[in-house]
Write a protein that binds this ligand. Structure first.
Ligand code: IMP
Length: 204
């Protein structure tokens, strides 16, 4: 049985303003005030686990312990079947240049590795989002959202971010970067995980 969220303040363990705004908007109908990690001067703990849930747990528990508030964290990325699930938890690392992130470089690496393996088409992949809600007493609940799809090359579309221009979600012809932002946000891995979180913890 999923533990319900009974408080009126929820800490969102992220320094990302976009994620914070999205959460505030989604939780408004439930009378919950969303507080960000930066507002509470929380440090960003090192993500040392090799699973999405492991890293999301580190962030959520660290924030709940530091503040005494229930804390929600997320960890997301893309898994490519022919690369045995890579880049997975290293999705952002593949874009690291030492001087900011370069997602064209990251997407090119994914494509080159698939070419080197002569991987058959469709080159299936999944965007994944794991949300963890941790309470100060150490209890947690985990919610996972997945969008299956396939990769295309050359990349297409100018909207979106990260690996969006090479990913076509199942049931669609456009890449995430060609889709209208709101349409993408409605079907994204993050939206699916949030839907499960709201159902589980708010009965919404
Ligand atoms: P993080 O969990 O915010 O660190 O995200 C991990 C990485 O996954 C990000 O750097 C993004 O590039 C990638 N990622 C997560 N969600 C999406 C998405 O919706 N579109 C494209 N890339 C994404």
């Amino acid at each position: 049985m999923t533990r319900r969220f009974e408080g009126d303040r929820l800490l969102v363990a992220t320094h990302n303003k976009g994620k914070l705004e999205e959460m505030s908007h989604l939780l408004e109908p439930f009378g919950v005030t969303v507080v960000g990690a930066a507002e509470m001067n929380l440090p960003e703990p090192e993500e040392t686990e090799d699973t999405f849930v492991g890293n999301a747990r580190i962030k959520a528990h660290a924030a709940a312990q530091a503040t005494g508030l229930p804390a929600l964290s997320d960890d997301s990325g893309i898994t490519i079947d022919a690369l045995d699930g890579a880049p997975g938890v290293y999705t952002a690392d593949w874009a690291e240049t030492g001087n900011g992130r370069d997602f064209l470089m990251a997407m090119t690496r994914a494509h080159n590795e698939l070419e080197a393996l002569n991987a058959p088409h469709p080159r299936t992949a999944q965007f994944r989002c794991t949300l963890v809600l941790a309470w100060p007493d150490g209890h947690d609940e985990v919610f996972e959202g997945v969008v299956p799809g396939h990769l295309v090359w050359p990349i297409r579309g100018k909207d979106g971010f990260g690996y969006d221009p090479m990913f076509v979600p199942e049931g669609y012809d456009q890449t995430f970067a060609e889709m209208d932002r709101w349409e993408k946000n409605k079907i994204s891995h993050r939206a699916r995980a949030v839907e499960l979180f709201v159902k589980g913890c708010f009965g919404g």
